[in-house]
Design a protein around this ligand. Structure first.
Ligand code: 48F
Length: 254
């Protein structure tokens, strides 16, 4: 076939503008496409819910790609093995109850699951603030282009609405900080020392609505709660993403 460069450009612009515009009023906005955000998206999307991941980097996957200290393997403990099975992530057992998977395969399969479930992705998009109006809920996000943020250009952002927001931004808990920095009644304790067993055990109870309309998920949940960190064991991230999806769906049903 003959190829026309302008048609290629127009195809991208028109298609993306239509999708972007259609996703400016979300049911569930998941900020951060690391492992917890990807699981949350895969399990929260579907049944007509409008779910999107907003990811500031070029690629989703967050801290999972690099495994442990650049060795591209992750460990998942017995409690979360069923999620490896559910997402078709292959693994081998090392010792009793320690399952080792390729970090690359894990990111790829979680991303594919989120796509298949119907979640949309907005990469290179940074959340820089939240919308909180008279009802005191987080009801939207202020977003900018990551290259604009990185270069410090003075360009005004755009805004999207979300019935529920999930902070899955990892150790920095960015959305929670946006709420707190604007005077929202939210105390962020900050992450504790490395203590894998404790961090992995407690992360589910920390995965909760931390401010009206805002659910903390993954390492952000532990950072807000003052909980320990855990390093390259990822069961807690998968389980936290699952729990956040349940909470977000329940909240929409209210
Ligand atoms: O850090 P990240 O992988 O978060 P997670 O899902 O998983 C944590 C683990 O990777 C690891 C660990 C577990 O063993 O301790 O660290 O909790 O992914 C967070 C994602 O959020 C994006 C960031 O680029 C990353 O992909 N992100 C951070 N700030 C923003 C953002 C922002 N302002 N706007 C959009 N995305």
């Amino acid at each position: 076939m003959k190829l026309d460069e302008v048609t290629i450009s127009r195809a991208i612009l028109k298609t993306h503008a239509e999708i972007f515009s259609g996703y400016l009023d979300l049911d569930i906005a998941i900020v951060g496409g690391g492992p917890s955000g990807l699981v949350c998206a895969a399990l929260a999307a579907g049944d007509g819910r409008k779910v999107a991941i907003i990811e500031k980097k070029l690629s989703v996957g967050g801290g999972m790609w690099g495994g442990g200290m650049t060795f591209p393997r992750i460990v998942v403990q017995e409690e979360a093995r069923r999620l490896l099975d559910q997402f078709g992530i292959r693994y081998t057992e090392y010792g009793s109850g320690y399952f080792v998977a390729s970090s690359i395969e894990a990111v790829a399969k979680l991303t594919a699951a989120a796509c298949d479930a119907g979640a949309e992705f907005f990469n290179l998009t940074s959340v820089e603030d939240v919308v909180v109006k008279g009802d005191g809920r987080v009801s939207g996000l202020v977003i900018t282009s990551s290259p604009v943020e990185m270069t410090g250009l003075h360009v005004d952002p755009l805004t999207l609405a979300a019935k529920i927001t999930v902070d899955a931004t990892g150790h920095d808990a960015i959305v929670a900080h946006c709420v707190r920095n604007k005077g929202g009644d939210l105390f962020i304790h900050g992450e504790g020392f490395m203590w894998a067993e404790r961090a992995e055990t407690n992360i589910i109870s920390h995965t909760r609505e931390i401010f009206p309309g805002l659910i903390a998920c993954g390492m952000a949940a532990n950072a807000v709660a003052g909980e320990a960190r855990m390093g390259p064991v990822f069961g807690g991230m998968l389980l936290s993403g699952e729990h956040a999806a349940v909470l977000a769906r329940e909240s929409l049903g209210r």
